[in-house]
Write a protein that binds this ligand. Structure first.
Ligand code: FPP
Length: 248
């Protein structure tokens, strides 16, 4: 029985987030430059997106470029930006055919102009699609997002729109980039690293974490299905006891 056949459609997570890691090591193992790993990572992106839509996932968030990634060698950063622009451009038609809506989170306005423009075009072209939302985290980090949310709240207080006593979780969440999506129930990280790396730190408070040794360019939809089956075997208690859950 394949992992796909083992998935219970009634217990699917709505939102899956992925930290795509291991492109550099994958390339190094093959005696190639790091960018060769990123280029091959695009195949894995395509397969994961198609697999997620096929499984019935509603939101798929991919960590494509962090605010810290600017610290990489200039050559790699430039190549990554070019790859992002080209991939978004080339894949928009596939997103349309598959009825997938593209959105993005992060400090998008500070992306290179070409990347920002290409992204906005694809976002607007796919905005009416409804099968699945593909959310790219670009120039994103959780600390950046939280500080930006705090600034927005502070300015609402300064202008008298909001009283400090009125700040609660929902007010705070409304200022996060992901305010219009559910929190991810499942977070996957490839390449055997067990870190969160400044990704969706507020949103993953109750997410199930799944780590695989596979390097990102080798990740395929069957690996995603395996993660989904693993997710479905877990008991999500949200601070309660097993007995309380059973009696619910
Ligand atoms: C992490 O591997 C990967 C990235 C920082 C970039 C991810 C980008 C892509 C897969 C390309 C295109 C993506 C989209 C969404 C169009 P790493 O370089 O940190 O690998 P390492 O840990 O082995 O060095």
């Amino acid at each position: 029985m394949s992992f796909k056949e083992k998935i219970n459609p009634a217990k699917l997570p709505q939102h899956v987030a992925i930290i795509m890691d291991g492109n550099g090591r994958w390339a190094k193992q093959k005696g190639k430059f790091r960018i060769f790993g990123h280029t091959n990572g695009v195949k894995a992106v395509r397969d994961a997106v198609e697999g997620a839509a096929e499984a019935g996932i509603k939101y798929l968030t991919l960590y494509a470029f962090s605010t810290e990634n600017w610290n990489r060698p200039k050559l790699e950063v430039n190549a990554l930006m070019e790859l992002l622009v080209n991939t978004i451009h080339k894949e928009t038609e596939t997103l349309m055919k598959n009825n997938i809506r593209l959105v993005a989170i992060g400090d998008l306005e500070n992306l290179p102009k070409k990347c920002y423009k290409e992204l906005q075009e694809a976002i607007s072209k796919t905005s009416g699609n409804s099968r699945m939302t593909l959310n790219l985290a670009l120039n994103y980090s959780s600390r950046w997002e939280i500080v930006a949310a705090v600034k927005k709240i502070a300015s609402q207080i300064k202008s008298g729109e909001l009283e400090p006593e009125d700040i609660d979780e929902s007010k705070f969440v409304s200022q996060l980039c992901t305010s219009d999506m559910p929190d991810p129930e499942l977070l996957i990280r490839t390449s055997g690293e067990h870190r969160i790396s400044n990704f969706l730190m507020w949103q993953i408070s109750y997410s199930e974490l799944y780590f695989t040794e596979k390097l990102w360019p080798d990740f395929r939809r069957e690996d995603l299905f395996e993660a989904l089956v693993n997710f479905q075997s877990r008991e999500r208690r949200f601070g309660m006891t097993s007995e309380q859950l059973e009696s619910k």
